[in-house]
Write a protein that binds this ligand. Sequence first.
Ligand code: ATP
Ligand code: MG
Length: 400
Amino acid sequence: MNEPFTHALPILHTLHEHGYQAYFVGGAVRDVLLGREIGDIDIATDATPDTVESLFDKTVDVGKAHGTVIVLLDGISYEVTTFRSESEYEDFRRPKEVTFISSLKEDLLRRDLTINAMAMDIHGDIIDHVGGKQDIERKWIQTVGDPACRFQEDALRMMRAVRFLSELGFELSPKTEAAMKKDKHLLANISVERKKIEMEKLLKGRYCEKAIQVLISTQLYEELPGLETYGLNESLQAFPYYLLDGLEEVWGAFIHLLGLDEAEAVSFLKEWKLSTKVLKEAVAISKYVDCNWDEEKMFEAGEHVLLSSLKITQLKHERRIFFDELEAAKHSYDALPIKKLQDLAVSGKDLMAFRQKPSGKWIAEELACVKKAVLQNQLENRKEAIEEWLIACDQRLEND
Ligand code: ATP
Ligand code: MG
């Protein structure tokens, strides 16, 4: 066993010393078998949440009712969850009751996919009651138990299956795929917030193109916000989102490839309940994809939007990022004489004093002219130079 598991071993040892069972479970066990980078490490135990709290110095209650306590060790947080079964489900989404149990096996059987339902003990030995190892070898995504039942219990599992397919490049097992096609409408019962988490991970997956094909072939996309209206097109939306950085870039590329105009993009992203900040940036990024850049457009867009939309333009046409071109764009942006209107050497007040005129619409118009001339390097950003330039403009107008 190696890092980062060894670092978490003291938690398992403490639980053992007090007579409890404790194992590593879920995603971290899957990822170690896959040779992937290990993300968060989750621990499962038969100790109750109150007991877990009492055994460790630093804990955070993040959902004791559902069995989870965070244990902090050297600044790293570990979710320690009591073995549980989720017997009855309400509205195809949430367990009516969580029952704490003492059987690891039962805890593993309630998990969504076979690849996510394995445990590892303190010696590094894998406990696999559901054929998870075999599915990793044959690259299969399938539910633990009958897929139709498991999707009835919690329909989000359909999206999770496609999300893991996107991350791993695996195939759906025939039974899992058939159940998904049959029961896709159950996804309508799931909150947008939960769907969004899976959709964002799906888009960022290395095999997203394959996942988009599956969303289409199973018609699952029809149950996703906005996509029932705008559709999903395999050849258009296939895109290496995983090469992008923030979520604003991912959504920016997605709405651009959907061909949405600004108003449509705003309402689409609102349906996905994006934060205002991410929504605004995504819409701006999308607007500038394929743009013919000049100084004014760079100024309007700002550095982040400029670089993000340029990157998306490159990926759209060439399917790779040209870092030298991004670097050159950054230099051009840095060389702009002003980055915001306030950087102009004259303000609206200065113009009013200079013109001896009361405030009015003319100020914004005149500032826009000055801004344009400064950005195009036709005018120096200095107060006297700008005033001289305005006088020269007036004279030219009089002569015309
Ligand atoms: P990631 O590395 O992306 O976080 P993960 O496998 O850790 O992947 P989580 O969403 O963090 O995924 O869930 C942790 C574990 O909880 C899963 O591995 C799975 O065993 C279980 N799980 C999560 N969601 C469900 C669900 N809807 N139904 C049943 N089990 C689930
Ligand atoms: Mg996780």
